[in-house]
Design a binder for this molecule. Structure first.
Ligand SMILES: [Zn+2]
Length: 485
Protein backbone atom coordinates (compact mmCIF):
# COMPACT_ATOMS: atom_id res chain seq x y z
CA UNK A 1 0.00 0.00 0.00
CA UNK A 2 1.46 3.33 -1.01
CA UNK A 3 0.46 6.87 -0.18
CA UNK A 4 -1.28 9.32 -2.45
CA UNK A 5 1.10 11.91 -3.90
CA UNK A 6 -0.23 15.25 -5.14
CA UNK A 7 1.15 18.49 -6.44
CA UNK A 8 -1.13 21.38 -5.57
CA UNK A 9 -1.55 24.01 -8.30
CA UNK A 10 -3.58 26.58 -6.33
CA UNK A 11 -6.32 28.74 -7.87
CA UNK A 12 -7.17 28.23 -11.51
CA UNK A 13 -9.11 30.33 -13.99
CA UNK A 14 -10.38 28.59 -17.07
CA UNK A 15 -12.90 28.43 -19.85
CA UNK A 16 -16.31 27.29 -18.62
CA UNK A 17 -17.90 24.38 -20.46
CA UNK A 18 -21.37 25.24 -19.14
CA UNK A 19 -21.83 28.96 -19.86
CA UNK A 20 -19.01 29.07 -22.46
CA UNK A 21 -17.36 32.05 -20.73
CA UNK A 22 -13.66 32.33 -21.46
CA UNK A 23 -12.10 32.92 -18.05
CA UNK A 24 -14.88 32.66 -15.53
CA UNK A 25 -14.62 29.13 -14.21
CA UNK A 26 -12.81 29.39 -10.87
CA UNK A 27 -11.41 26.33 -9.21
CA UNK A 28 -8.53 24.88 -7.26
CA UNK A 29 -6.52 22.15 -8.89
CA UNK A 30 -3.84 19.58 -8.24
CA UNK A 31 -2.02 16.89 -10.13
CA UNK A 32 -2.24 13.41 -8.61
CA UNK A 33 0.80 11.22 -9.33
CA UNK A 34 -0.81 8.36 -7.51
CA UNK A 35 -3.94 8.17 -5.41
CA UNK A 36 -5.34 5.60 -3.05
CA UNK A 37 -8.94 4.78 -3.84
CA UNK A 38 -10.07 5.65 -0.30
CA UNK A 39 -8.44 9.07 -0.55
CA UNK A 40 -10.23 9.75 -3.81
CA UNK A 41 -13.53 8.68 -2.28
CA UNK A 42 -12.89 11.15 0.57
CA UNK A 43 -11.97 13.89 -1.90
CA UNK A 44 -15.10 13.52 -4.01
CA UNK A 45 -17.03 13.67 -0.75
CA UNK A 46 -15.55 17.18 -0.39
CA UNK A 47 -16.48 18.31 -3.91
CA UNK A 48 -13.36 17.22 -5.81
CA UNK A 49 -13.51 15.50 -9.18
CA UNK A 50 -10.88 14.17 -11.53
CA UNK A 51 -10.15 14.29 -15.24
CA UNK A 52 -7.27 11.91 -15.96
CA UNK A 53 -4.69 12.63 -13.28
CA UNK A 54 -5.87 16.18 -12.72
CA UNK A 55 -8.11 16.79 -9.70
CA UNK A 56 -10.14 19.97 -9.29
CA UNK A 57 -12.65 21.53 -6.96
CA UNK A 58 -14.82 24.44 -8.03
CA UNK A 59 -14.79 27.63 -6.00
CA UNK A 60 -18.54 27.58 -5.78
CA UNK A 61 -18.95 30.90 -3.94
CA UNK A 62 -17.46 32.89 -6.80
CA UNK A 63 -17.35 30.79 -9.95
CA UNK A 64 -19.74 31.48 -12.84
CA UNK A 65 -21.55 28.14 -12.64
CA UNK A 66 -21.51 26.58 -9.16
CA UNK A 67 -21.15 22.79 -9.31
CA UNK A 68 -22.70 20.66 -6.59
CA UNK A 69 -21.56 17.07 -6.29
CA UNK A 70 -24.57 14.81 -6.84
CA UNK A 71 -25.06 11.18 -5.91
CA UNK A 72 -27.89 8.72 -6.05
CA UNK A 73 -28.56 5.94 -3.56
CA UNK A 74 -28.78 2.92 -5.86
CA UNK A 75 -30.71 0.90 -3.29
CA UNK A 76 -33.38 3.59 -3.02
CA UNK A 77 -33.50 4.24 -6.73
CA UNK A 78 -36.95 4.67 -8.23
CA UNK A 79 -37.64 4.24 -11.93
CA UNK A 80 -39.59 6.98 -13.66
CA UNK A 81 -42.06 6.36 -16.47
CA UNK A 82 -39.49 7.69 -18.88
CA UNK A 83 -36.81 5.29 -17.54
CA UNK A 84 -39.15 2.34 -17.99
CA UNK A 85 -39.93 3.41 -21.52
CA UNK A 86 -36.24 3.53 -22.40
CA UNK A 87 -35.60 0.10 -20.87
CA UNK A 88 -38.60 -1.43 -22.69
CA UNK A 89 -37.51 0.12 -25.95
CA UNK A 90 -34.08 -1.49 -25.61
CA UNK A 91 -35.64 -4.88 -24.80
CA UNK A 92 -37.89 -4.67 -27.85
CA UNK A 93 -34.98 -3.70 -30.05
CA UNK A 94 -32.89 -6.64 -28.85
CA UNK A 95 -35.78 -9.04 -29.19
CA UNK A 96 -37.29 -7.99 -32.54
CA UNK A 97 -34.53 -5.95 -34.10
CA UNK A 98 -37.03 -3.20 -34.84
CA UNK A 99 -36.30 0.36 -33.97
CA UNK A 100 -39.06 2.60 -32.67
CA UNK A 101 -39.68 5.79 -34.50
CA UNK A 102 -38.44 7.97 -31.69
CA UNK A 103 -38.66 9.09 -28.09
CA UNK A 104 -42.14 9.25 -26.68
CA UNK A 105 -43.43 6.70 -29.18
CA UNK A 106 -42.46 3.77 -27.07
CA UNK A 107 -45.97 2.38 -27.16
CA UNK A 108 -46.82 3.20 -23.59
CA UNK A 109 -48.07 6.73 -23.59
CA UNK A 110 -46.92 10.11 -24.73
CA UNK A 111 -43.57 11.62 -24.08
CA UNK A 112 -43.60 13.57 -20.84
CA UNK A 113 -41.45 16.39 -19.63
CA UNK A 114 -38.85 13.85 -18.55
CA UNK A 115 -38.24 12.77 -22.08
CA UNK A 116 -37.30 16.19 -23.32
CA UNK A 117 -34.56 16.60 -20.74
CA UNK A 118 -33.58 13.01 -20.19
CA UNK A 119 -33.61 11.59 -23.65
CA UNK A 120 -30.12 10.58 -24.50
CA UNK A 121 -28.72 13.15 -22.15
CA UNK A 122 -27.76 11.63 -18.82
CA UNK A 123 -23.94 11.68 -18.53
CA UNK A 124 -23.70 12.40 -22.15
CA UNK A 125 -23.34 16.06 -22.97
CA UNK A 126 -21.09 16.94 -20.05
CA UNK A 127 -18.19 19.04 -21.27
CA UNK A 128 -14.74 18.03 -20.13
CA UNK A 129 -12.90 20.58 -18.02
CA UNK A 130 -10.06 22.61 -19.44
CA UNK A 131 -6.82 21.26 -18.02
CA UNK A 132 -4.16 23.69 -16.79
CA UNK A 133 -1.16 24.33 -18.93
CA UNK A 134 1.31 23.07 -16.34
CA UNK A 135 3.52 20.08 -16.13
CA UNK A 136 4.02 18.52 -12.73
CA UNK A 137 7.46 18.10 -11.17
CA UNK A 138 9.22 14.85 -11.98
CA UNK A 139 8.91 12.33 -9.18
CA UNK A 140 10.04 8.75 -8.88
CA UNK A 141 6.74 7.37 -7.66
CA UNK A 142 8.06 3.83 -7.22
CA UNK A 143 10.91 5.05 -5.09
CA UNK A 144 8.56 7.02 -2.84
CA UNK A 145 6.31 3.98 -2.57
CA UNK A 146 9.14 1.77 -1.33
CA UNK A 147 10.24 4.48 1.06
CA UNK A 148 6.73 4.67 2.51
CA UNK A 149 6.55 0.89 2.63
CA UNK A 150 9.81 0.66 4.57
CA UNK A 151 8.39 3.06 7.12
CA UNK A 152 5.19 1.21 7.61
CA UNK A 153 6.68 -2.25 8.20
CA UNK A 154 5.94 -3.10 11.81
CA UNK A 155 9.22 -3.97 13.48
CA UNK A 156 8.70 -4.14 17.22
CA UNK A 157 12.25 -5.39 17.96
CA UNK A 158 14.30 -2.86 16.07
CA UNK A 159 15.13 0.35 17.86
CA UNK A 160 14.71 3.61 15.98
CA UNK A 161 17.82 4.59 14.10
CA UNK A 162 19.29 7.89 15.24
CA UNK A 163 18.24 10.62 12.88
CA UNK A 164 21.82 11.53 11.94
CA UNK A 165 22.68 8.01 10.78
CA UNK A 166 20.25 7.84 7.90
CA UNK A 167 19.62 11.48 7.11
CA UNK A 168 19.01 12.93 4.67
CA UNK A 169 17.91 9.91 2.65
CA UNK A 170 15.30 8.80 5.17
CA UNK A 171 12.82 10.89 7.09
CA UNK A 172 13.31 11.41 10.82
CA UNK A 173 12.62 8.25 12.85
CA UNK A 174 9.74 9.84 14.72
CA UNK A 175 7.78 9.47 11.53
CA UNK A 176 7.48 5.73 11.88
CA UNK A 177 5.22 6.18 14.85
CA UNK A 178 3.73 9.54 14.07
CA UNK A 179 0.09 10.28 14.60
CA UNK A 180 -0.55 10.71 10.93
CA UNK A 181 -0.17 6.98 10.46
CA UNK A 182 -3.17 6.33 12.66
CA UNK A 183 -5.94 7.22 10.25
CA UNK A 184 -4.41 4.96 7.59
CA UNK A 185 -3.97 1.81 9.57
CA UNK A 186 -6.80 1.97 12.07
CA UNK A 187 -9.84 3.39 10.37
CA UNK A 188 -9.99 1.08 7.35
CA UNK A 189 -9.31 -1.98 9.49
CA UNK A 190 -12.33 -1.19 11.62
CA UNK A 191 -14.36 -0.64 8.49
CA UNK A 192 -13.16 -3.94 7.00
CA UNK A 193 -14.25 -5.82 10.09
CA UNK A 194 -17.64 -4.18 9.94
CA UNK A 195 -17.91 -5.00 6.25
CA UNK A 196 -17.03 -8.66 6.79
CA UNK A 197 -19.71 -8.83 9.45
CA UNK A 198 -22.25 -7.24 7.14
CA UNK A 199 -21.30 -9.64 4.38
CA UNK A 200 -21.73 -12.63 6.63
CA UNK A 201 -25.13 -11.34 7.65
CA UNK A 202 -26.02 -10.82 4.02
CA UNK A 203 -24.95 -14.40 3.23
CA UNK A 204 -27.01 -15.81 6.10
CA UNK A 205 -30.02 -14.02 4.75
CA UNK A 206 -29.52 -15.40 1.25
CA UNK A 207 -33.01 -16.83 1.00
CA UNK A 208 -34.54 -13.46 1.79
CA UNK A 209 -35.31 -11.18 -1.16
CA UNK A 210 -32.44 -8.86 -2.04
CA UNK A 211 -32.60 -5.54 -0.23
CA UNK A 212 -32.45 -3.67 -3.53
CA UNK A 213 -36.14 -3.70 -4.18
CA UNK A 214 -38.06 -1.24 -2.11
CA UNK A 215 -41.81 -1.63 -2.37
CA UNK A 216 -41.81 -5.39 -2.81
CA UNK A 217 -44.63 -5.55 -5.40
CA UNK A 218 -43.20 -3.02 -7.79
CA UNK A 219 -40.91 -4.09 -10.61
CA UNK A 220 -37.34 -3.07 -10.01
CA UNK A 221 -34.62 -2.00 -12.38
CA UNK A 222 -33.35 -5.58 -12.74
CA UNK A 223 -36.75 -6.76 -13.96
CA UNK A 224 -36.59 -4.30 -16.83
CA UNK A 225 -33.16 -5.37 -17.99
CA UNK A 226 -34.05 -8.34 -20.10
CA UNK A 227 -31.97 -11.47 -19.95
CA UNK A 228 -30.77 -12.61 -23.34
CA UNK A 229 -32.67 -15.29 -25.21
CA UNK A 230 -31.63 -17.52 -28.13
CA UNK A 231 -34.21 -16.01 -30.45
CA UNK A 232 -33.12 -12.42 -29.90
CA UNK A 233 -32.27 -10.47 -33.03
CA UNK A 234 -29.49 -8.59 -31.27
CA UNK A 235 -27.25 -9.31 -28.35
CA UNK A 236 -26.04 -6.62 -25.96
CA UNK A 237 -23.10 -7.53 -23.76
CA UNK A 238 -21.46 -5.36 -21.12
CA UNK A 239 -17.78 -5.87 -20.52
CA UNK A 240 -15.90 -4.34 -17.64
CA UNK A 241 -12.33 -3.52 -18.58
CA UNK A 242 -9.70 -2.12 -16.25
CA UNK A 243 -7.83 0.80 -17.84
CA UNK A 244 -4.46 -0.89 -17.25
CA UNK A 245 -5.52 -4.27 -18.62
CA UNK A 246 -4.57 -6.02 -21.81
CA UNK A 247 -8.19 -6.05 -22.86
CA UNK A 248 -8.18 -2.28 -22.73
CA UNK A 249 -5.23 -2.19 -25.13
CA UNK A 250 -6.78 -4.64 -27.58
CA UNK A 251 -10.02 -2.63 -27.74
CA UNK A 252 -8.35 0.78 -27.76
CA UNK A 253 -8.78 1.47 -31.46
CA UNK A 254 -12.50 0.60 -31.29
CA UNK A 255 -13.09 2.79 -28.24
CA UNK A 256 -11.03 5.65 -29.64
CA UNK A 257 -12.97 5.73 -32.93
CA UNK A 258 -16.23 5.61 -31.02
CA UNK A 259 -15.11 8.51 -28.83
CA UNK A 260 -14.05 10.48 -31.88
CA UNK A 261 -17.37 9.93 -33.61
CA UNK A 262 -19.23 10.94 -30.48
CA UNK A 263 -17.19 14.09 -29.85
CA UNK A 264 -17.70 15.26 -33.43
CA UNK A 265 -21.44 14.57 -33.46
CA UNK A 266 -22.28 15.89 -29.98
CA UNK A 267 -19.72 18.57 -29.24
CA UNK A 268 -18.30 19.18 -32.71
CA UNK A 269 -14.96 18.80 -31.01
CA UNK A 270 -12.79 15.99 -32.36
CA UNK A 271 -9.98 14.81 -30.08
CA UNK A 272 -6.46 15.64 -31.29
CA UNK A 273 -5.22 12.07 -31.25
CA UNK A 274 -5.24 8.85 -29.25
CA UNK A 275 -2.97 10.52 -26.69
CA UNK A 276 -5.58 13.19 -25.94
CA UNK A 277 -8.15 10.43 -25.51
CA UNK A 278 -5.86 8.55 -23.14
CA UNK A 279 -5.10 11.71 -21.12
CA UNK A 280 -8.77 12.25 -20.48
CA UNK A 281 -10.24 8.81 -20.24
CA UNK A 282 -7.54 6.23 -19.63
CA UNK A 283 -5.10 8.05 -17.35
CA UNK A 284 -5.89 7.57 -13.71
CA UNK A 285 -3.90 8.10 -10.53
CA UNK A 286 -5.54 5.01 -9.01
CA UNK A 287 -4.21 1.49 -9.07
CA UNK A 288 -6.42 -1.59 -9.17
CA UNK A 289 -6.65 -2.24 -5.41
CA UNK A 290 -8.12 -5.60 -4.45
CA UNK A 291 -8.79 -5.75 -0.72
CA UNK A 292 -10.44 -8.94 0.51
CA UNK A 293 -13.52 -7.05 1.67
CA UNK A 294 -13.96 -5.16 -1.61
CA UNK A 295 -15.82 -6.11 -4.78
CA UNK A 296 -14.54 -8.92 -6.98
CA UNK A 297 -13.06 -6.63 -9.66
CA UNK A 298 -11.42 -4.47 -7.00
CA UNK A 299 -11.33 -0.68 -6.82
CA UNK A 300 -9.91 1.62 -9.46
CA UNK A 301 -10.70 2.99 -12.91
CA UNK A 302 -12.60 0.98 -15.50
CA UNK A 303 -14.36 1.26 -18.83
CA UNK A 304 -17.70 -0.48 -19.07
CA UNK A 305 -18.03 -1.38 -22.73
CA UNK A 306 -21.40 -1.96 -24.40
CA UNK A 307 -21.06 -4.44 -27.26
CA UNK A 308 -24.07 -4.69 -29.52
CA UNK A 309 -23.52 -7.93 -31.41
CA UNK A 310 -19.83 -7.39 -32.26
CA UNK A 311 -19.89 -3.64 -32.36
CA UNK A 312 -18.82 -1.29 -29.59
CA UNK A 313 -21.71 1.18 -29.24
CA UNK A 314 -21.10 2.84 -25.87
CA UNK A 315 -18.51 3.22 -23.13
CA UNK A 316 -19.06 4.23 -19.53
CA UNK A 317 -15.88 5.48 -17.87
CA UNK A 318 -16.20 4.77 -14.17
CA UNK A 319 -14.25 4.69 -10.93
CA UNK A 320 -15.12 1.93 -8.51
CA UNK A 321 -14.37 3.25 -5.03
CA UNK A 322 -14.91 2.18 -1.43
CA UNK A 323 -18.50 3.34 -1.04
CA UNK A 324 -19.46 4.24 -4.59
CA UNK A 325 -19.23 3.95 -8.32
CA UNK A 326 -18.41 7.33 -9.78
CA UNK A 327 -19.26 8.15 -13.37
CA UNK A 328 -16.37 9.94 -15.06
CA UNK A 329 -17.73 10.14 -18.61
CA UNK A 330 -20.07 8.38 -20.99
CA UNK A 331 -19.96 8.29 -24.76
CA UNK A 332 -21.91 6.37 -27.37
CA UNK A 333 -22.47 5.89 -31.06
CA UNK A 334 -24.78 8.71 -32.27
CA UNK A 335 -26.23 6.30 -34.87
CA UNK A 336 -27.93 4.54 -31.96
CA UNK A 337 -29.35 7.61 -30.27
CA UNK A 338 -32.83 6.16 -30.89
CA UNK A 339 -31.98 3.83 -27.97
CA UNK A 340 -31.33 6.78 -25.60
CA UNK A 341 -27.98 5.26 -24.78
CA UNK A 342 -26.99 8.09 -22.41
CA UNK A 343 -29.88 7.43 -20.08
CA UNK A 344 -29.79 3.69 -20.68
CA UNK A 345 -26.12 3.74 -19.64
CA UNK A 346 -26.79 5.50 -16.37
CA UNK A 347 -29.55 3.00 -15.58
CA UNK A 348 -27.14 0.14 -16.26
CA UNK A 349 -24.59 1.82 -14.00
CA UNK A 350 -27.15 2.02 -11.20
CA UNK A 351 -27.94 -1.65 -11.79
CA UNK A 352 -24.20 -2.33 -11.58
CA UNK A 353 -24.03 -0.59 -8.17
CA UNK A 354 -27.01 -2.63 -6.96
CA UNK A 355 -25.22 -5.82 -8.00
CA UNK A 356 -22.00 -4.88 -6.20
CA UNK A 357 -23.98 -3.86 -3.11
CA UNK A 358 -25.27 -7.43 -2.81
CA UNK A 359 -21.79 -8.57 -1.77
CA UNK A 360 -20.37 -5.26 -0.50
CA UNK A 361 -23.32 -3.55 1.23
CA UNK A 362 -21.41 -0.35 1.98
CA UNK A 363 -20.88 0.28 -1.73
CA UNK A 364 -24.29 1.60 -2.70
CA UNK A 365 -23.90 5.09 -4.13
CA UNK A 366 -23.75 6.17 -7.73
CA UNK A 367 -21.94 9.49 -8.25
CA UNK A 368 -23.05 11.42 -11.28
CA UNK A 369 -20.49 14.20 -11.06
CA UNK A 370 -21.80 17.72 -10.75
CA UNK A 371 -25.29 19.13 -10.65
CA UNK A 372 -25.33 22.62 -12.18
CA UNK A 373 -28.63 24.24 -11.39
CA UNK A 374 -27.74 27.56 -13.03
CA UNK A 375 -27.29 25.76 -16.34
CA UNK A 376 -30.74 24.39 -17.33
CA UNK A 377 -29.41 21.80 -19.77
CA UNK A 378 -27.33 20.32 -16.92
CA UNK A 379 -30.29 19.86 -14.55
CA UNK A 380 -31.16 16.44 -15.92
CA UNK A 381 -28.94 14.76 -13.34
CA UNK A 382 -31.33 15.75 -10.59
CA UNK A 383 -33.97 13.56 -12.24
CA UNK A 384 -32.62 10.34 -10.79
CA UNK A 385 -34.30 9.67 -7.49
CA UNK A 386 -33.27 9.54 -4.69
CA UNK A 387 -30.55 12.10 -5.35
CA UNK A 388 -28.44 13.99 -2.85
CA UNK A 389 -26.42 17.17 -3.18
CA UNK A 390 -23.26 17.87 -1.24
CA UNK A 391 -23.30 20.98 0.94
CA UNK A 392 -20.27 23.01 -0.20
CA UNK A 393 -19.54 24.24 3.32
CA UNK A 394 -20.27 21.40 5.73
CA UNK A 395 -19.93 18.48 3.28
CA UNK A 396 -23.07 16.72 4.40
CA UNK A 397 -25.50 15.27 1.87
CA UNK A 398 -28.97 16.73 1.45
CA UNK A 399 -31.84 15.21 -0.46
CA UNK A 400 -32.43 17.17 -3.65
CA UNK A 401 -35.93 18.51 -3.10
CA UNK A 402 -38.05 21.21 -4.69
CA UNK A 403 -37.20 23.39 -1.68
CA UNK A 404 -33.51 23.14 -2.57
CA UNK A 405 -34.29 23.82 -6.21
CA UNK A 406 -36.14 27.03 -5.34
CA UNK A 407 -33.30 28.10 -3.08
CA UNK A 408 -30.93 27.65 -6.02
CA UNK A 409 -33.35 29.58 -8.25
CA UNK A 410 -33.00 32.52 -5.85
CA UNK A 411 -29.24 32.41 -5.74
CA UNK A 412 -26.94 30.09 -7.68
CA UNK A 413 -24.66 29.74 -4.66
CA UNK A 414 -26.17 28.16 -1.57
CA UNK A 415 -24.69 26.58 1.51
CA UNK A 416 -27.53 24.01 1.30
CA UNK A 417 -27.18 22.73 4.86
CA UNK A 418 -30.03 24.48 6.75
CA UNK A 419 -28.36 23.95 10.12
CA UNK A 420 -26.44 27.18 10.71
CA UNK A 421 -24.49 25.67 13.58
CA UNK A 422 -23.31 22.64 11.60
CA UNK A 423 -19.61 22.44 10.78
CA UNK A 424 -17.44 20.35 8.55
CA UNK A 425 -16.36 17.38 10.72
CA UNK A 426 -13.21 16.95 8.68
CA UNK A 427 -12.35 20.65 8.85
CA UNK A 428 -8.67 21.46 8.79
CA UNK A 429 -7.69 23.77 11.64
CA UNK A 430 -4.41 25.52 12.14
CA UNK A 431 -3.50 23.17 15.00
CA UNK A 432 -3.41 20.31 12.48
CA UNK A 433 -0.69 22.00 10.44
CA UNK A 434 2.17 20.14 12.15
CA UNK A 435 0.74 16.85 10.91
CA UNK A 436 0.40 17.71 7.23
CA UNK A 437 2.57 15.30 5.24
CA UNK A 438 5.03 16.62 2.69
CA UNK A 439 7.26 15.07 0.07
CA UNK A 440 10.51 17.01 -0.20
CA UNK A 441 12.13 14.85 -2.89
CA UNK A 442 11.86 11.26 -4.06
CA UNK A 443 13.79 10.15 -0.99
CA UNK A 444 12.36 12.27 1.79
CA UNK A 445 8.92 12.66 3.22
CA UNK A 446 8.12 14.29 6.50
CA UNK A 447 5.40 15.98 8.47
CA UNK A 448 5.20 19.75 8.56
CA UNK A 449 6.62 19.97 12.09
CA UNK A 450 9.84 18.19 11.13
CA UNK A 451 10.01 20.03 7.87
CA UNK A 452 9.93 23.36 9.70
CA UNK A 453 12.86 22.20 11.84
CA UNK A 454 14.82 21.45 8.68
CA UNK A 455 14.07 24.62 6.73
CA UNK A 456 13.50 27.15 9.51
CA UNK A 457 11.07 29.58 7.92
CA UNK A 458 8.50 28.34 5.46
CA UNK A 459 7.45 30.43 2.50
CA UNK A 460 4.88 27.85 1.37
CA UNK A 461 2.96 27.98 4.65
CA UNK A 462 -0.13 29.78 3.30
CA UNK A 463 -0.36 27.53 0.27
CA UNK A 464 -0.05 24.41 2.41
CA UNK A 465 -2.84 25.70 4.67
CA UNK A 466 -5.07 26.45 1.67
CA UNK A 467 -4.45 22.97 0.25
CA UNK A 468 -5.14 21.33 3.64
CA UNK A 469 -8.44 23.17 4.03
CA UNK A 470 -9.55 21.99 0.60
CA UNK A 471 -8.64 18.33 1.03
CA UNK A 472 -9.69 18.21 4.70
CA UNK A 473 -7.62 17.26 7.72
CA UNK A 474 -7.72 13.49 7.17
CA UNK A 475 -6.40 13.63 3.62
CA UNK A 476 -3.86 16.33 4.54
CA UNK A 477 -2.44 13.91 7.13
CA UNK A 478 -2.52 10.91 4.78
CA UNK A 479 -1.49 12.22 1.36
CA UNK A 480 1.93 13.54 0.42
CA UNK A 481 1.99 17.17 -0.68
CA UNK A 482 4.82 17.67 -3.13
CA UNK A 483 6.96 20.51 -1.85
CA UNK A 484 10.08 20.74 -3.94
CA UNK A 485 10.77 24.45 -3.85
ZN1 LIG B 1 -19.89 29.10 -16.37
Amino acid sequence: MSMSIVQYYGSQLSKCGYCSGTNCSKSHGMHAYTMRCQDYQDLIDRGWRRCGNYCYKLRNEDTCCPCYTIKCDALEFKLTKSNKRILRRMSRYLRDGKRDSGPGNGGDGHGDADDATLHGEVNASEPQPQLPDKSPAVINVEQVASLVEAHKKPNPVAKPTPAGATAPSAPPPTLGTNKSAAPISNAPRKKAKQMRLERRQAKLGDSAPPPTKSGSQEKGLRDFISSASETDKHKLKLRLVHVHSNEFKTTLSASYSLYRKYQIAIHNDPPKDTEAYKDHLQMTPMKNEKPSDGPEMGYGSFHQQYWLDDKLVAVGVIDILPGSVSSVYFFYDPDYSFLSLGTYGSLREIDFVQTIAESVPSLKYYYMGFYIHSCPKMRYKGKLSASYLLCPETYVWLTLTDAIRSKLDENKYQRLNPDDAARDVNEFLIEHLDEVMLLLDSKTFTDYKQYLKIVGRDQERDTIIEYSRLVGKDCARRMLYVNMS
